[in-house]
Ligand binder design. Structure first.
Ligand SMILES: Nc1ncnc2c1ncn2[C@@H]1O[C@H](COP(=O)(O)OP(=O)(O)OP(=O)(O)O)[C@@H](O)[C@H]1O
Ligand SMILES: Cc1ncc(CO)c(N)n1
Length: 259
């Protein structure tokens, strides 16, 4: 069995974060170990608050579990602070971790900001370049690449590719759930290629919780299984679309995925 290390936050509703990530890895037949970066007060309606774990305690958790299980891939979700991000970066280097999928969570759909300016600057200048692939949504990509992204037209994608190369970002999947249109289109941009996948959109993306978390943990699982980037993306897209089409209502707010 392949081993996926999840580095993410805790959402008590189970609709996002580490609980959902673990279920996704399990549903795909592999084993998930988890380290918690951050606790949130959160429901299916909104995020109320977030508190990062003590950084030394977090690092202790991370080192011990990496040494024990030796993961085949890593999914990074909500980091929550520059200190926690620095600790993850140190240990990626120390243990020479591979197959790292980073979902650069900056803001919840309900508007809660998870990191401030210095954190974002650190991600852009030092952190994202050590990841195998980053999976920003439209808003996150606008912050990371410092540009307006109205659509996924050729010019915009080429300009993102140039910026990625300058910033040292190896690969990026731009998630298109929040881009207008009847298709949910995602684009994989590598240093030399641009590759699109799409699926029929179900309802409104703003009404479904956890799609980004499920996407990055499924991607990390397919990389752990040995798929290349393109095949991992195709498999991930099918898996996540299916979860979205079978999403359920468990609370008063948005629908959740039930892998
Ligand atoms: N309504 C939808 N129907 C079908 N696929 C969708 C829909 N919304 C999002 N997706 C797909 O789900 C995946 C996650 O994309 P999305 O843009 O929602 O990420 P996100 O904004 O990071 O998620 P989150 O809302 O959890 O923060 C992508 O593959 C995207 O194309
Ligand atoms: C814990 C957690 N991670 C990620 C997200 C982004 O969906 C969220 N709302 N909560």
């Amino acid at each position: 069995m392949r081993k996926v290390l999840i580095i993410a936050g805790f959402d008590p509703s189970g609709g996002a974060g580490i609980v959902l990530d673990t279920k996704v890895v399990r549903a795909l037949g592999e084993f998930a170990a988890s380290t918690i970066t951050c606790l949130t007060v959160q429901t299916t309606e909104r995020v109320y608050d977030a508190k990062t774990i003590d950084p030394d305690f977090f690092e202790y958790q991370l080192q011990k579990i990496i040494e024990d299980i030796e993961p085949d891939s890593v999914k990074i979700g909500l980091l929550g602070s520059e200190e926690i991000a620095r600790s993850v970066l140190r240990n990626i280097r120390r243990y020479n971790l591979k197959n790292i999928v980073c979902d650069p969570v900056l803001k919840s759909t309900s508007g809660f900001e998870f990191g401030k300016d210095k954190f974002v600057e650190f991600l852009k200048s030092e952190f994202l370049k050590v990841c195998s692939v980053i999976t920003p949504n439209k808003t996150e990509a606008e912050v990371i690449f410092d540009m307006k992204i109205e659509n996924f037209g050729e010019d915009i994608l080429n300009s993102i590719q140039q910026k990625m190369n300058k910033m040292g970002i190896k690969s990026c999947v731009l998630k298109g759930g929040h881009v207008d249109g009847h298709l949910a289109e995602d684009v994989l941009i590598t240093q030399t290629e641009i590759y699109r996948v799409s699926a029929k959109k179900k309802g409104s993306t703003d009404n479904i919780h956890g799609t980004g978390c499920a996407f990055s943990s499924a991607f990390a699982t397919f990389l752990a299984k040995g798929y290349n980037m393109y095949d991992a993306l195709k498999q991930t897209k099918d898996f996540v679309s299916n979860l979205i089409h079978n999403s359920i209502k468990i609370g008063k707010g948005r629908l959740v995925l039930n892998p």
